[in-house]
Design a protein around this ligand. Structure first.
Ligand code: HEC
Length: 217
């Protein structure tokens, strides 16, 4: 009697141990980690930020295909603080008429921050693009509390529209990615790229200065 009971409970105990053991082992074997990336990778699809995709090209590339009408629509983002009307009043931000090509922080009668006053130079395509991309990055300490426009095409559209509001900076030739077949060694293209920078400073200056005075006092 006793013997058989011991034997039986021995087997029961043994069975329990085996069951418990295999649960642990199975857990180890089949335990699956949550994958770091969910979903299936699709071959050939480049994710943004990889392989230079999404890297910005020179602003001239976007200017070449800029759309002033879209730029005017984007200016709504600026209109809380700016207008671009000839002789328009300064608001939270200065009047932006004829701003392209004009001196940085040069509108009479507006109290610019030291940060922007200290920049010097004129509003070239490149400078304006940097400024609109990140006002704080361009002039740390500026009082233009605007996050910036990350999309280079939107900046180009906006600048081309601004340029039509009393400025006339020549739009730079887009740098050709590869030499055009039969176009020679590309002399013409290189010259065209450099020209606008030279013209930039002088072109819109007289306008900007001349107009700013009457609205002043
Ligand atoms: C919240 C108000 C605000 C918004 C929105 C804003 N700005 Fe400004 N902006 C300012 C202020 C303030 C300054 C003067 C900055 C300083 O002195 O540091 C300024 C300065 C500027 C200047 C320099 C002008 C000069 O005379 O040198 C330009 C150009 C400009 N803003 C363009 C824009 C454009 C384009 C947008 C829209 C994409 C925009 N701003 C949105 C407030 C604003």
């Amino acid at each position: 009697m006793d013997n058989r009971f011991n034997t039986t409970s021995g087997w029961v105990l043994f069975a329990l141990i085996v069951a418990l053991g295999s649960t642990i082992v199975a857990g180890e074997v089949f335990h699956s980690e949550r994958p770091e990336k969910m979903g299936y990778p699709i071959a050939g699809v480049v994710e943004p930020g990889e392989d230079g995709a999404g890297a910005e090209q020179p602003i001239a590339v976007y200017l070449a295909s800029a759309d002033a009408a879209k730029g005017e629509a984007s200016f709504k983002k600026c209109a809380a603080c700016h207008n671009a009307a000839p002789g328009g009043a300064h608001a939270l931000g200065p009047n932006l008429h004829a701003i392209m090509g004009a001196p940085v922080a040069g509108k009479p009668g507006f109290a610019y921050s030291e940060a922007l006053k200290g920049k010097g130079g004129t509003w070239t395509w490149e400078a304006m693009s940097e400024w609109l991309k990140s006002p704080k990055g361009f002039a740390p300490g500026t009082k233009m509390t605007f996050a910036g426009l990350g999309d280079p095409q939107e900046r180009a559209n906006l600048m081309v529209w601004l340029n039509s509001q009393g400025s006339s900076l020549p739009i730079p030739a887009a740098p050709a990615p590869t030499a055009e077949p039969g176009a020679g060694p590309g002399d013409g293209a290189q010259k065209a790229e450099k020209q606008p920078v030279v013209n930039a400073t002088g072109a819109a200056d007289p306008k900007g200065g001349g107009e700013a005075d009457p609205q002043q006092n």
